[in-house]
Structure formats: structure tokens, C-alpha cells
Ligand binder design. Sequence first.
Ligand code: ATP
Ligand code: MG
Length: 437
Amino acid sequence: MDTMGNLRRSHYSNDILPSINGDQVVVFGIVASIRNHGKLTFLILEDLKGIVQLTIHANSVPENVRSKLNNIHEQSFIGVMGKVKSTEKAPHGAEIIPEDIRVLSVPQSMPPFKLFKQRLPNIEKRLDLRAVDLRRPQSKAIFKIKHTALQAIRGYFSSQGYMEVQTPKIISTATEGGAALFPLLYYNKEAFLAQSPQLYKEQLTGAFEKVFEIGPIFRAERSRTMKHLSEAVSVDIEEAYVTYIDVMNVLERVICHTIANITENCKEDLALLKNKMRAPVPPFKRVTYDEILELLHREGVDVSWGNDLFVSDLKKIERKLPEFYFITDWPTSSKAFYIKSKDDKPEICESFDLMHGSLEIASGGSRIDQKDTLVEKLKERSFDPALFEYHLKVFDYGIPPHAGFGFGLDRLMMVLCKQKNIREVVLYPRDQRRLIP
Ligand code: ATP
Ligand code: MG
């Protein structure tokens, strides 16, 4: 095997253009394909920017290159020094005629699935060898879109004056109660992985007014589904002096900004994923919980008031609500203890879910900012207020009225990348059955 020696990249694949005809260049990448046509051998080299063709002429190839050719297989990592030659037959109008090749890594075995063909084995098989599965163009497209989405989200919040924060992921008690937590041994005590940054981000509104966090949430989900993972990424904001209506406006704007950014900057990736998405325009449709029950009733589904909405039921009204929409004004009993009730109708709370069809993307609401009310709500749900003392005592020093939301980045990615299984949009997904790789 060769080493890089002092060979360093001078160009990426997409820089190999007719305008630099005759120049000497150095490229690095992975061999995507090798084709032999009698006296001509074509190698397609793929790097982070795309592909470039290397053409080897049997008659004029230098001996050092010829001797390397037999060692090169598809999926080998190589470095190439050569001259650019413009030709209409090559991708972006130019190819490289190699003068020196360094074979840096040769696969000992071929991936158990074709990386560049459509027929794929099931996702579990691919996840077992995820690092290699991620070399598929469709996989790469998904994570380029995710990267672009993250940049757009960060850019949007920063431009609107939100401060990016990180709250602890190792916590002493249930953040919200309810959902199952992962316990862990913290020195000699029991601790848990945080299921959400909820209480911390609320506390931070007293100091910073407007905060956002992009970080992991951990949930021991009881059932294995296409949209739940044990570890997901949540985009959270919390803001002082606003209500749930204001943060719904923020949420739809950040979603529209993000999608506009992706449709602008990831055209090829979207095309590869067969997503002909157009950026939505705010405002999104807003439907109350009561109106949803009415729509469901008309489809012959009767949900008793106060119950959560099942995905299987929401699917029945997907034709009427196909894209992004909000379900607002949920029954107080169906939402977490820290969500504020309506002043004139305490059985309903100032809350919303952002949906895309039957998929929940986000939940948010106005929060309770009075300590007594919060204590009351905890007791109503049989939580011990003593466990929340670290949080409740902050309220003794005053906290501004505030509202916020948390949206599942991976859920949004399912929409943006047109994927039915959340595992496709997470590099190394975690679920009940999977802890490796
Ligand atoms: P669901 O009803 O879909 O289980 P939830 O209402 O329990 O979600 P929230 O507590 O409202 O979830 O969390 C806020 C957002 O975080 C959700 O709207 C969703 O986008 C995302 N989310 C929650 N749990 C998971 C999970 N296990 N895997 C991936 N994303 C999740
Ligand atoms: Mg929710």
C-alpha cells in the first residue's frame, strides 16, 4: 500500500474544468467505478464535491501508473496526480490523465449491498454497516440537507436575537414526569438522561429572554415505531414576554426559512431523493383540537373529548390537512403540567402541535409562570413537588411570562427528505433493539 507522502490535494473533482486544460492537478477520492474499453480504462473518482473521470491510455501510460492499476478496485481510496484534458465526453467537460497514482486503501471485502444501484436490502442490514451505507448518494444527500437545515435554523434564530444555549443532559429527576427516562449511575447516585431541556430553558428566560438549543433528547419509548428513537435531536426555543400565538409565528417562520434555504441550496440532493418540495408560505393553517374532533366525527371517528389524537385517526383527515398545520388549544389534561390554561376556560390550554399530515413535528405553548399554580398542577398529576424544588425555587425570585416549543429535527428531516423511517435521517440511530454501531 502507498502513503500520501507529500502529495496534497490541489483541486476537488468539480474544479476539473476545460478552463484549466493542461494544468497539473492532484485529486483524492474513492473509486466509484472502473470500466475497461480495450486500450482505454476509465476510472470514476468520487470526492466530497462530486465525480471526475480519470482516463488511462494503455499505449502511453507511465509504468508506475500501469503497475498500480491491477491493485485498484472499486471502493479503493486513491490519490492521483495528472494533467487535465478537456473532453466533451467527461463529466463537467474535462478529465485527468494520471501521471502518478497512490493506492491508499483497498477494500478487503465488498459492501454486502450495491452502493450505486436502486435495489437495497432492508434498513437494518444497512445500519449494521452504517459507515459504508452512508457512502450511497441518497444517504449523502440526506445528511447534506440536514447540515443545511441546521445552518439555516441557527442562522434564523441568531438573526432574530435568540442566544444559543446548552442545558445539562445528565439530570437528577424527571424533567416532565410521564415519559420513561434512561437511568444511569452518576458516581454513587442514580441520575437520568434528559428527555427535554424544558425546565432549564424556561429558567433561562429570566436571564437571557430569548434562548434556543439544538441538542439530544433521550426517551425510553415503549413501542418501536417509524418515527420514534431513543435518542433524537430537538430544536427548542423559549422566549420571555410572549404567548403561544407568538411562538407559533416564530415556528412557522423558521420552518419556512429552513425549507426555502434547502430548496435554494440543495437542489441536486432533493432531486436525488425525488422530493419536488416547494417552500411553504406562512401562515400555516391553524385548527383547534375541537375542530379536529369535528373533522374526525365527519369521517365516522368519534374521539372522546380530552383524549390524545391517534395517528391512525389523523391519517383519515390527511386529505383535508395534507401539509403543515397547527392543532391548537388542546385539553389541559392532555398536555404537560407546565402548560398554561386559558384564563377564561381552564379545561383548555394555550398549546399547539405542529403537524405535517399525521406526523407530529413540534409541541409548544405558553408556560405557567406562577409558582402556586405550578405546584398545584404537579400535585394534580401526582408528582412530588419536592423533586422539582430546584426548579420551583427559581420562581421565588420571579420569572417573566414566557412561551416556547420543541421540534424534532429528525421528524422535520423525514418531511424534507421524503423518508418514512426516521432511521434513514439519523447517522447512528438508537432504538430498543439497536445500540451499535
Ligand atoms: P409523540 O406524540 O410523537 O411521541 P411527544 O408529544 O411525546 O411526541 P414532545 O414531548 O412533544 O413529543 O417532544 C417535542 C418533539 O420532539 C415532538 O413533536 C417530536 O417532533 C420530537 N420527538 C419526541 N419524541 C421523539 C422520539 N422518541 N424520537 C424522535 N423525535 C421525537
Ligand atoms: Mg408533543
